[in-house]
Every structure is written in structure tokens, then in C-alpha cells.
Design a protein around this ligand. Structure first.
Ligand code: F0G
Length: 457
């Protein structure tokens, strides 16, 4: 049998709500053309994020009932710790309420003015936490990762030569950490190869720089390694994941992705001194060391989810379902990031809307059109999210103008996805009618969350 089906059946459902195109036009205007400002009740298919939006399993819900809510030494913490350790083999495991809380702690301790953090690509909150500490984040993505339409097996890889160059330029003593994001969310959900991780490890050893993994989507990345990298086809996903973490000195993780949890995260590391400093900060910001901003029941859900996500029937379905939508779009000539990533389909807005210059945010224009046409919520990953201004106030655009359609785990069925494809094709047909946007209000940091925009005539 070749057909890959959902490896679950549905026990509990929630309604989604329909609106008309006329209503959506008004909603969009009221939301200042920013998809983060639209009420979830007004969305039909919500592909804003795969974070915290997973459907939990009956096992996870059963675990939730067993949550031990003791302030200190909760039984749920030890289950959580065992689960994280079985994958990462890290001795010191620190729960946090989500990924960025782990980032806030580690970059507060290691960051500061004059420091540089180098990555394949830093996610927006990671970069923001680095910059907020006064430090600078530098992305060294491999060349093939920068061209959406050119397929390659590991487009999330770090550019090793660029990495060496940056280390020499900035001096290793100013680089507290190198971070590999798996999969590379801001670069199309593309995986990093084990070989690349090993090569980065070698450089870290040479210069005595710690290596951390931003592990949000470690299982999806591990499965890509199994599918695409020589020598891994016969290895199990847990084996691959353990090898991946074995090259790292620590990791940050948002359990809202590859742990099927609605909230949660952690920091894990090998260095005791660093762990003590992190725990001290944890206590004043997140909570005591055995709950870190989470309820005992949340720790249970994460502990179970982390193991469930490595099931190969699930991962096969997960990767295939992203590929299914990507391939449908490719067949119709829609410009998308190729090959399909692990958790989302990325439209290449620059190629989709060549008539809209980057200063007019073609990605955001496309996001608005998808909502207006079919009630689909996507997110721009381009110059609205990552753009900066030079000293003259001129936009320094992002490397790529992408629109991400993130697929929540175990939530939507194939007919939902067929509908999404239909809407995208309809917008593609009308692409010449789309207009650019201008920003009317913005904040200096993470402006895309709250910015207000309006269409240009
Ligand atoms: N790192 C990566 C690679 C992420 O994708 C995210 C979150 C974080 C860190 C932060 O984790 O949300 O738990 O604080 N990404 C979400 C997204 C929000 O939509 O891609 P968090």
C-alpha cells in the first residue's frame, strides 16, 4: 500500500466559523491589515502557527489528569526530566513556560554588549532576546538555503566558511555560543544535516565555543535525516535524535511544537555552573526549578508528547502532508519554497507578486489576500518581520519575502488542506490585482506582531 493516511482517529472536535468575503474585507480593515490582529473566531483555517496549536492525544489528556501540582519536587517534573533526558542526554534540565523564556534566561546570562551569537538562522524571538541583551545575532545560512525555488536536501545547513569568517572577524572570545536551529523555521522549515552539525561541532571545539540547538522541531529534522542522509535510513528516529543532541552542549526548546503541547519549553545543558546561573534566574522570572512557569499537568503533556512525536508513522504522515500541499502548488506553477519543509508551506512572495516592491511588503499583501479570499490566516516571514532601517530611514529588506502557512499538528484533515490549495490558486489567478502596503504604526522590536498597515493605491 502506497497511500499514507492520518495515523489517528478523531475523538473530540471543535467547530470552525464561516464568514463571507464582504465581512472579511471589513475585518481586515479593522485589523489594520495585520493577521495577528484578527480575532481567531473570524478565521476559517488558522495556519498562523504550528506552535501550541497541536491536537493532544488521549494519552496526553490522561497524563494531564495525573499532573502533580506540588510546588517543589512534583512527580510530573521527574517524568518530564526523564523524558527530556532520554532524548537529549543532558544532565541539567530546566523547565520554562515556553521557548522564548528559555532564550530570555540564557541570553540574559551570556549576552550583553559586544557579544555575538551565530546561527544558521535565528528565529524572531531568539534574535529579539539576543538584541534585547545588547548583543548581536548573525545568520550564516548556506547558499542553497537562500533561493526558495532551488531544491536541495538540507537547505537549513550552516555555511561553514561564513561561520569561520565571522568567528575570525568578531573573535571567539566575543562569541558565547553558536546556535543551530532545527529545522530552520525562518528559512522555510528546512532541515540541517547530521554532517553539518558535526562540522559545526568541530569548529566549536577548535575555538572553544559552546554549541546549542534550538530544538523546537528536532523530530521533524531527525526524520528528514533518516530520509535524506546517507547512513541513517536504518536508524530509528530516537537514535538519530540522540546523536543530534550528542554534539551539543545544550539546547533550548519550545515544547509547543514537537512535543504536541499547548504550552511549555525547556533549557537543557551539560555545564553545571551555567545551569546554576540559569536556575537562579529561573526562580525570579519563571518559578521554582521543578516547574518553571508550568503547571504539573503541562509537564505531563510535554513528557508524553516528546516521546509520541518520534513515532515514525506520525512523522511519515506529517512530512507527507506538508509535501502534499507543496506539490499541489508546484504543479499549478505557484512559487513555493522547495522542497517542502517540515511544518509549513512557504510561498515565495517576491516571485508571486513581482510587481510589488519589497518596500511595500509583498508578503503581507499576500497574507491579506489569502484571508480575504478564503478566511485563511498565514504569516509573513519577510521584511515586515525581519526588515530594519538604515540611518536614513530606508528599509533594509530581509533576505527572502516568504509567506508561511504553518500546519498545526494532527488538527486539519486532507479536505481542509485541499480547500487551502484552492484558495491559494484563486489568489494566484488574481495576483496582478493585489496592492502593496505601507506601515502606519510600529514598535522598534518584533514590530510584525502589532504593526498597523494600510493598502497603497
Ligand atoms: N525557536 C524557534 C525556531 C521557533 O520557531 C520558536 C517559535 C521559538 C524559538 C520560540 O518558542 O514560541 O515557545 O516562545 N515559533 C513560533 C512560530 C511562535 O510560529 O514559528 P516559543
Amino acid at each position: 500500500m502506497k497511500t499514507i493516511i492520518e495515523p489517528f482517529r478523531i475523538k473530540s472536535v471543535e467547530p470552525i466559523y464561516f464568514t463571507t468575503k464582504e465581512e472579511r474585507k471589513k475585518i481586515l480593515e479593522k485589523a489594520d491589515y495585520n493577521s495577528f490582529r484578527i480575532k481567531a473566531r473570524d478565521i476559517l483555517i488558522d495556519l498562523l502557527t504550528d506552535s501550541g496549536t497541536s491536537a493532544m492525544s488521549s494519552n496526553q489528556w490522561a497524563g494531564i489528569m495525573q499532573g502533580d501540582e506540588s510546588y517543589a519536587g512534583s512527580n510530573s517534573f521527574f517524568k518530564f526530566e526523564d523524558s527530556v533526558r532520554s532524548i537529549t542526554n543532558m544532565p541539567y534540565i530546566i523547565p520554562t513556560h515556553q521557548g522564548r523564556a528559555a532564550e530570555k534566561i540564557i541570553f540574559t546570562i551570556l549576552g550583553g554588549k559586544g557579544k555575538y551569537f551565530i546561527s544558521n538562522t535565528l528565529f524572531d524571538t531568539t534574535r529579539a532576546n539576543i538584541e534585547f541583551s545588547g548583543a548581536e545575532g548573525i545568520d550564516c545560512l548556506c547558499e542553497e538555503g537562500k533561493y526558495p525555488s532551488v531544491p536541495a536536501p538540507f537547505k537549513g545547513n550552516m555555511d561553514i566558511e561564513a561561520l569561520r569568517k565571522v568567528i575570525k572577524e568578531k573573535d571567539a572570545s566575543n562569541i558565547p555560543m553558536i546556535i543551530i536551529t532545527v529545522t530552520n523555521n525562518s528559512g522555510g522549515g528546512q532541515p540541517v544535516s547530521m554532517q553539518n552539525i558535526k562540522d559545526v561541532r568541530k569548529i566549536c571545539d577548535e575555538y572553544n565555543i559552546p554549541l546549542f540547538i534550538d530544538a523546537c522541531r528536532f523530530a521533524e529534522n531527525s526524520y528528514f535525516i533518516k530520509l535524506r542522509e546517507e547512513g541513517y535510513a536504518q536508524k530509528s528516529v530516537p537514535e538519530i535524535a540522540r546523536e543530534l543532541f550528542s554534539y551539543a552542549d545544550g539546547c533550548t526548546m519550545s515544547a509547543k511544537k514537537d512535543a504536541f503541547a499547548n504550552i511549555g519549553g525547556f533549557l537543557a545543558m551539560k555545564d553545571l555552573d551555567l545551569a546554576i546561573r540559569c536556575r537562579n534566574l529561573l526562580i525570579i522570572t519563571e518559578g521554582f526549578t521543578t516547574y518553571g512557569g508550568l503547571a504539573g499537568r503541562d509537564l505531563e503533556a510535554v513528557a508524553i508528547g516528546l516521546q509520541e512525536v518520534m513515532d515514525e508513522n506520525y512523522l511519515q504522515y506529517r512530512i507527507r502532508s506538508i509535501e502534499y500541499l507543496t506539490n499541489k502548488l508546484i504543479e499549478a506553477g505557484v512559487p513555493v519554497m522547495q522542497p517542502a519543509g517540515g511544518h509549513a508551506v512557504y510561498l515565495d512572495a517576491k516571485a508571486f507578486l513581482p510587481g510589488i516592491p519589497v518596500e511595500q511588503y509583498p508578503g503581507q499583501s499576500l497574507v491579506c489576500a489569502l484571508y480575504e479570499e478564503g478566511g485563511i490566516r498565514a504569516v509573513e516571514i519577510g521584511s515586515l518581520m525581519f526588515g530594519k532601517y538604515d540611518d536614513n530611514g530606508k528599509l533594509i529588506p530581509a533576505q527572502m519575502e516568504l509567506v508561511r502557512l504553518a500546519i498545526p499538528r494532527r488538527v486539519y484533515t486532507q479536505s481542509h488542506i485541499d480547500y487551502v490549495a484552492e484558495v491559494i490558486l484563486e489568489v494566484f489567478k488574481k495576483r496582478k490585482e493585489l496592492k502593496g502596503l505601507t506601515i502606519t504604526e510600529e514598535t522598534p522590536l518584533l514590530r510584525h506582531f502589532t504593526a498597523k498597515l494600510k493598502p497603497l493605491n
